[in-house]
Write a protein that binds this ligand. Structure first.
Ligand code: PRX
Length: 663
């Protein structure tokens, strides 16, 4: 390190507040600080600004109907189609500009560009094909696909014909796919033969077929030939009720499908996510409110405009990819990048190579990735010209100040603002973040709530707490991008998100408060630091996993009597899965059983939920009422001092578990 570098490091280490660069501010989409007061004074009408970013077939009557909280309706009676907003309306002005730049994992493969005109054509053809297969308006179509262009094509084709999609992350297991298809009564699946991971082709169709074989109703599947007609094909062929994607699209060459007129409140998609109880929750998002929200936040926070080449390195199988790879960027008419592979294949500079080659203007990724980049070293970004970047973003978990500063310095060259965006599957889009053209940034703190978003930090009984103290994050007013309910389960929707701080018998919207199940604190400037989940959800590499789901997979393994799962600190992943298990009579905690537990979790959920450690113990620490004390297990996972054990029925067990875990 040269002297200068050392000085720079020291300065960055100390600096707690960063101003956005003048060059960014002078060109930012939103740069008037008056927006905060203006939105507060005009709420909820301020959200016309979001709706105005879309083309409506017929105007809405009311911005917000809050007559039946918490079942809020936004832009009531407005009519629009999401696919028309993401495609058709751009054709005249930018039909020949790239809508999607797709980069496959193999370096010697030809990357694919879809102009808006090409994407429009393929979406129309596939929409016609789906109709021919029998898909009708409001039928839920499931997609189980990796990062290939046919995924957004299928999503937009569904949106075009008014069929909600439910995308299942390709890394999830066959069981997870089947559970989600059953829960949504989804009879249609779009999937693919395989894809590449770190140089090897993966057999995805085998997993999809396994899942389909356990779905409780008949299904029709479309299979994309991702791997081509070579040896990588795994030779499954297509079963009865399965169709080749290319054949379907070719047969519809030139077809045009009029976008179906959808009501603002009609469902655009379902996305299953983890919660406290074992069963995943089907979060329902609508056409008008969701699309307005992701468009407005893409413009105001990611500073997207047509002509940009925007790169979000998330996976479309999660909400980040839905909102900020597909819907937000395409609604705004920009170029959105998609990358199939991992950032370290074939080398640890793959992302920087893509940014360099495509002159990406924004990069949006997760803290877990940034921590990995930091560990690999700055020589990788340093090898490339990253000067096209104008803005950096992070999402998914808290970012530690060191990682923030590394990103700011080594990727953004101290010129790009960093937006640390807090939001959830349920919120549809961003809620808490600095506005890059207005606010100073404080590494480690997401920033103030967006204008028009009413976030408060409260104590157990809902009283606002003082600056600096840890409390619970709440959202006090509805917003257009909010989930409308949980699929087919209004009761659970109220229980999970509202009951904690609302008067559930009231029909006054002021008595209803949304609880995202995160802890947080606020400073004197109104900047919010999100502390993490306060429920039984853990966040592994920015992926949300329910501990109960993992536990039920483990107790399903022969020989396991009881299991408890907690999140332990992990340098790169943020949190990692730590499992504690007791064995049934006649079974021992052997390596063989440990392997079966790991396989059991991978089969039930997927490799992302794979336990980092499995600790066998004669008993789990329990209170006198029989509740497992997870906090103690977390302390053990983190090698921390053990908290109060006086309420335990079996305090002696703690030492045994520590000894086991220490091995
Ligand atoms: O705990 C918060 C964390 O991720 C959770 C939401 O996970 P999911 O629905 O999978 O959506 C992830 C992508 C939006 C939140 O409840 N989280 C998300 N963003 C941040 C965060 N924690 C701290 N800082 C963030 N910027």
């Amino acid at each position: 390190m040269t002297e200068d570098d050392a000085q720079l490091e020291a300065r960055l280490e100390e600096q707690a507040v960063f101003e956005p660069s003048e060059s960014f501010v002078s060109d930012a989409n939103v740069s008037d600080p008056g927006i905060y007061d203006e939105f507060e004074e005009t709420w909820p009408d301020c959200w016309e600004a979001a709706a105005d970013l879309l083309d409506w077939e017929s105007d809405y009557d009311q911005v917000l109907d809050d007559g039946n909280p918490p079942f809020y309706e936004w832009f009531t009676d407005g009519k629009l189609n999401a696919s028309a907003n993401c495609l058709d309306r751009h054709l005249d002005e930018r039909g020949d500009e790239a809508a999607i730049e797709w980069v496959g994992e193999p370096v010697d493969e030809t990357n694919r560009t879809y102009t808006y005109a090409e994407l429009h054509r393929e979406v129309n053809e596939f929409a016609a094909a789906l109709r021919d297969l029998g898909v009708e308006e409001d039928d839920v179509v499931t997609m189980y696909m990796p990062m290939i262009p046919e995924l957004p094509v299928a999503m937009l084709a569904c949106a075009r014909i008014g069929a909600p999609h439910s995308v299942v992350f390709a890394g999830f297991s066959a069981d997870a796919l089947a559970t989600r298809m059953d829960a949504a009564d989804s009879e249609y699946l779009v999937t693919c033969d395989g894809y590449y991971r770190r140089g090897d082709p993966l057999d995805h169709l085998a997993k999809a077929n396994d899942g389909l074989s356990t779905v409780e109703h008949d299904t029709t599947a479309v299979v994309v030939d991702r791997l081509g007609d070579n040896d990588d094909d795994f030779g499954h062929g297509l079963a009865d009720g399965q169709h080749d994607y290319d054949d379907l699209v070719d047969a519809q060459a030139g077809a045009e499908v009029d976008p179906v007129t959808r009501d603002a409140e009609d469902m655009l998609f379902l996305m299953y996510t983890s919660g406290t109880t074992g069963k995943p929750k089907g979060v329902k998002h609508t056409t008008g409110g969701y699309l307005s929200w992701v468009s407005w936040t893409s413009q105001a926070v990611l500073d997207i405009e047509p002509g940009d080449t925007y790169f979000c390195a998330a996976d479309i199988g999660w909400i980040t990819g839905h909102s900020y790879i597909v819907y937000g960027p395409l609604a705004l008419g920009t170029t959105t990048m998609m990358y199939e592979g991992t950032p370290d294949y074939p080398d640890r500079d793959r992302l920087w190579e893509i940014v360099d080659e495509y002159d990406a203007t924004q990069l949006y990724t997760a803290p877990t990735a940034i921590r990995a980049f930091m560990k690999w070293g700055e020589q990788y970004p340093d090898r490339h010209d990253l000067s096209s970047l104008r803005l950096l973003g992070t999402v998914g978990e808290p970012i530690n100040p060191r990682a923030w500063k590394w990103y700011y310095k080594h990727v953004g060259d101290e010129e790009c603002p960093v937006v640390d965006t807090w939001w959830q599957t349920e919120t549809g889009g961003m809620m808490i973040t600095t506005l890059p053209g207005i606010s100073d940034m404080k590494p480690g703190s997401a920033g103030p709530p967006l204008p028009g978003v009413d976030v408060r930090i409260v104590d157990e009984v809902g009283e606002q707490i003082s600056a600096g103290e840890a409390g619970y994050l709440t959202v006090q007013k509805p917003w257009p991008g909010m989930l409308r309910t949980l699929y087919d389960n209004d009761e659970r929707f109220i229980d999970e998100y509202w009951a904690a701080y609302s008067d559930v018998d009231s029909d006054d919207p002021d008595d209803w408060v949304y609880f995202p199940e995160d802890g947080a604190k606020i400073d004197g400037d109104g900047y919010i630091t999100v502390l993490g989940r306060v429920d039984d959800v853990i966040n592994v590499s920015g992926h949300r996993l329910g501990t109960m789901e993992i536990e039920s997979a483990i107790v399903g393994v022969e020989g396991v009597a009881e299991a408890a799962v907690v999140g332990g600190n992990h340098e790169i992943k943020g949190e990692a899965v730590y499992a504690y298990a007791t064995t049934e009579n006649g079974y021992e905690g052997t390596d063989e059983l440990r392997d079966r537990i790991i396989t059991g979790v991978e089969d039930a959920i997927g490799p992302i939920a794979r336990p980092e450690r499995v600790v066998f113990t004669p008993d789990l620490p329990k209170t006198r009422s029989g509740k497992i004390m997870r906090r103690l297990l977390e302390n053990i996972a983190d090698g921390e001092e053990i908290g109060d054990t006086s309420t335990l029925r079996n305090p002696d067990i703690v030492e045994d578990i520590q000894a086991e875990a220490g091995d």
